[in-house]
Design a protein around this ligand. Structure first.
Ligand code: AMP
Ligand code: MG
Length: 494
């Protein structure tokens, strides 16, 4: 019998609960074959979740399977239908326009993982699209999914990225790739909106029951399971956005079709980690109005939850019930964001004055366009007694006086705490990553990959799998962005 993480592809077991639902939720169809596919990257950590041996990555059958050219026994491929609000506007029917759920693999721990191809060809929901994804965006999604997990953020995962020289037209002619994503479920707020706005309340309820039974079984015992479901999703969403904010992460397209019903980060397109901090930073070049600017993301998360509440209204007792569960967003966000900031600043105890300390910090980071990741990582060097450890942070400011003013308050605050410098620093280094997927790092790996050299993708993947470890030999990956990085633009084109 194979060990817990030693299965071959053929030994994977599937149990496809979503495919057993009524066909009104999806269309069954096979992926479109991708010519001459090759492995770009595989994630050992993701493979481990389903017990797959990493040696499998090297097999031609692995590449063919996750290019969409070959099915495993147990696959029941399908594209799910959903709708959504895009940039604040009802967009009507969308759906898996280039993704296919292959099946639900059973992990060694009994957990179920949907395996989904992204970029696997046309579906009935492709609208004007070509059903494909390009190598550039596939590498970004692959790397960031796994990096976010390593950072501790709830996220969909990525098993592999497969490339092909098959041409795909975007602003220029690029080449195709397919990412195999994994999540307990890829259901979005938009799946519920789809049936609500179609007036199909029976399907709406069936979908809510599926989610409760599969992913929130504890809620069955609540007096109002559907209200409890909305509350849970609202709280998870609030906590997720708080976590993003604490890491300087921006989701580029927070449309309701990109909001996970499990509170996962989903659909990595034009995302970005802010380098020099700006509260109004917009990571998506296509978002000309700045709807999804860093500082707007908490409010947008709440707005999206209202869309979910609206969609589930037929299952809730009343509008008052809906309002009551939706009101959980703000306190959940505020509490979670403060918890993250206390951890980032190394404060063990909560203090009413901390909000002012946090706000003034964001003010000086914004005014000085100070590098977010390097600042917080450097903050553990600050000492409670004197300024001897200030340089790592202070040197990031042109306006040194702004930093000196803030750090005096911070030092005074540290003196109210019991922790000594060394223990506080060790804790802070688990809250403030040294390594995040900055755009220029992804870009370098992409440029090499376009020349068929995937070693930089692999190196980056390895560095980002331990984002809180010092890894001194990898200092270059924690450096300020080079000058050419300011010219990088990430857009909806993917
Ligand atoms: P996104 O903005 O990537 O979340 O996509 C929004 C909608 O457009 C979803 O229904 C996608 O499946 C669909 N879509 C995006 N790109 C493509 C494409 N190249 N081909 C087909 N559908 C696409
Ligand atoms: Mg999407």
């Amino acid at each position: 019998m194979p060990g817990a993480t030693a299965l071959t592809l053929e030994q994977l077991a599937f149990d496809n609960s979503f495919a057993r639902l009524d066909p009104s939720f999806y269309t069954r169809l096979a992926p479109t074959p991708l010519p001459e596919p090759y492995l770009v990257a595989g994630s050992p950590a993701a493979a481990g979740l389903i017990g797959l041996r990493t040696e499998e990555f090297r097999r031609a059958e692995f590449v063919e399977t996750f290019a969409g050219n070959r099915a495993l026994p147990g696959f029941e491929p399908l594209a799910a239908v959903y709708s959504g609000h895009q940039f604040g506007v009802w967009a009507g029917q969308l759906g898996d326009g280039r993704a296919l759920l292959l099946g639900e693999a059973l992990g060694p721990d009994g957990r179920r993982w949907e395996l989904q191809l992204k970029g696997s060809g046309l579906t009935p929901y492709s609208r004007m699209g070509d059903g494909r994804a390009v190598l550039r965006s596939s590498i970004r999604e692959f790397l960031c999914s796994e990096a976010m997990h390593a950072l501790g953020v709830p996220t969909t995962r990525a098993l592999a990225a497969i490339g092909s020289d098959y041409p795909v037209v975007r602003e220029t002619v690029e080449t195709a790739a397919v990412v195999t994503r994994m999540a307990p479920s890829f259901l979005r707020f938009g799946n519920f909106e789809h049936f609500y706005y179609a007036g199909r309340h029976q399907e709406l309820q069936a979908l809510a029951d599926y989610v409760i039974d599969g992913f929130y079984p504890g809620l069955r015992d609540e007096p109002q399971p559907y209200a409890a479901l909305v509350r849970e999703v609202v709280e998870r969403t609030a906590r997720l956005v708080a976590h993003w904010q604490a890491l300087g992460f921006c989701h580029g397209v927070m449309n309701t079709d990109n909001m996970s019903i499990l509170g996962l980060t989903i659909d990595y397109g034009p995302f970005g980690f802010v380098d020099g901090f700006a509260a109004n930073h917009v990571c998506n070049h296509s978002d000309s109005g700045g709807r999804y600017a860093y500082a707007n993301q908490p409010a947008v998360g709440e707005w999206n939850c209202y869309c979910l509440g609206q969609a589930l209204l037929p299952l809730l007792g009343s509008v008052e019930e809906a309002e009551s569960v939706l009101s959980a967003y703000r306190p959940a966000f505020t509490e979670e964001f403060a918890r993250h900031l206390r951890a980032k600043l190394g404060l063990a105890e909560a203090n009413d004055a901390d909000e002012a300390l946090f706000n003034s910090l964001f003010g000086i980071l914004d005014a000085g366009r100070v590098d977010f990741t390097r600042f917080f990582r450097g903050l553990s060097r600050v000492r409670r007694a004197d300024a001897s450890g200030d340089a790592a942070c202070r040197d990031l400011f042109i306006d040194r006086a702004a930093f000196d003013g803030w750090v005096a308050d911070y030092r005074a605050r540290l003196r109210t705490e019991a922790l000594d410098d060394a223990s506080r620093a060790a804790r802070m280094d688990r809250a403030n990553p040294k390594f995040v997927l900055r755009n220029h790092l992804a870009e370098t790996a992409i440029q090499r990959a376009l020349a068929r050299d995937f070693s930089e993708v692999e190196r980056l993947q390895a560095v980002l799998s331990r984002p809180y470890d010092e890894q001194p030999e990898m200092d270059a990956y924690a450096a300020l962005p080079p000058d050419w990085a300011s010219g990088l633009e990430v857009s909806c084109s993917s």
